[in-house]
Design a protein around this ligand. Sequence first.
Ligand code: APR
Ligand code: PHB
Length: 392
Amino acid sequence: MKTQVAIIGAGPSGLLLGQLLSQQGIDNVIIENRSAEYVLSRIRAGVLEAGTVELLREAGAGARMDREGHPHGGFAFSFDGRLERIDVHALTGKNVMVYGQTEVTRDLMDARTAAGSTTYYEAQDVQPHDFYSDKPRITFVHEGQENTLECAYIAGCDGYHGVARKSVPADAIKTLERVYPFGWLGVLSQTPPVTDELIYANHERGFALCSMRNPTLSRYYVQCTTDDKVENWSDQRFWDELRTRLPADVAADLVTGPTIEKSIAPLRSFVAEPMTFGRLFLVGDAAHIVPPTGAKGLNLAVSDVAVLYQILRGVLLDGRTELVARYSEVCLRRIWKAERFSWWMTSLLHKFSEDPFSQRMQLAELDYYTSSVAGRTTIAENYIGLPIESID
Ligand code: APR
Ligand code: PHB
């Protein structure tokens, strides 16, 4: 079998790239090693940058998001018993959209089905080959049958644990990493969110985050140790800990109830350089990871897709093969800035040690940034999403 662009992975990166290409009449095939149901069962982040919202609309996958998503014009920091709002809309003229990644994925899957594009789910032994030649291919097993997919380009949209990055020769790639000494314990609960907007809390017992999916579904997190286990956290313990880390008047409004899901995630920063290897591109989590504190993971994957889509359009529709060389450099400029913001938010809000000097520095930084227009502006413009370079 043959296609123009072979895409490994049906997460948001692979599905969005496929949808944009299909709309331009560029043939593409997605190969995913899990089932569609499994992909849709993963609970991930829920804050979309303004640019992400625009690209989903452009891909023809924004209608339900526009109906059911919730535009937010700001969020708050809580520290030292205070609650300080960042008015993102006043400072940038734009809103973020609160709409779960699971829903984004479902909408993209539906759009792909409607477009009639091919996806192989539950593929095994997926392996890219010959991407330094002009005849790359992917081999995989589907329903017991061995297949070879020939293509012009391969997009490795297969996440942090995927096969694409691992297939690159060791001396062609450099990885840079920071692992943080804590994790996030997250719960989903069928309760009304404690406030209309997100709250990021710095507390002497550790970080906490109040987020949401809709007016009856809340998503909350507390910082925990890296070796902690969900079994150690009864619902009661979770709610008590969360309440302790919030300002008293907010805590008083917290509605608790049985939790639907509870999980622990480690926090890391990771970047692979470069992101292009001959005719193989790494996209999204396959190339980089951010700690979730800045809500950048999905958005960064979408900005990689925006760049790769423009390049592949130029190459495959207009024969501009020289554009291939620009992908890595253009993406990495924006990625490192999002890595910086995510690292900074993480550093500002978490408990790293018992050292009182470091804690005072965090509080002084929060006090300074939230009380200065310049400080609030730099936070708002990063939170709403830095511009995506256009390829001309
Ligand atoms: N072969 C085929 N598919 C694979 C393979 C493989 N060897 N390995 C992984 N995959 C699939 C995974 O099952 C998953 O569906 O690739 C997909 C990767 O999707 P994500 O991990 O969601 O990554 P991505 O699409 O880049 O999404 C951006 O950023 O911070 C995060 O939460 C955010 O998941 C989101 C991500
Ligand atoms: C979430 O709703 O899951 C969420 C929101 C904001 C973040 C991280 C996660 O920074």
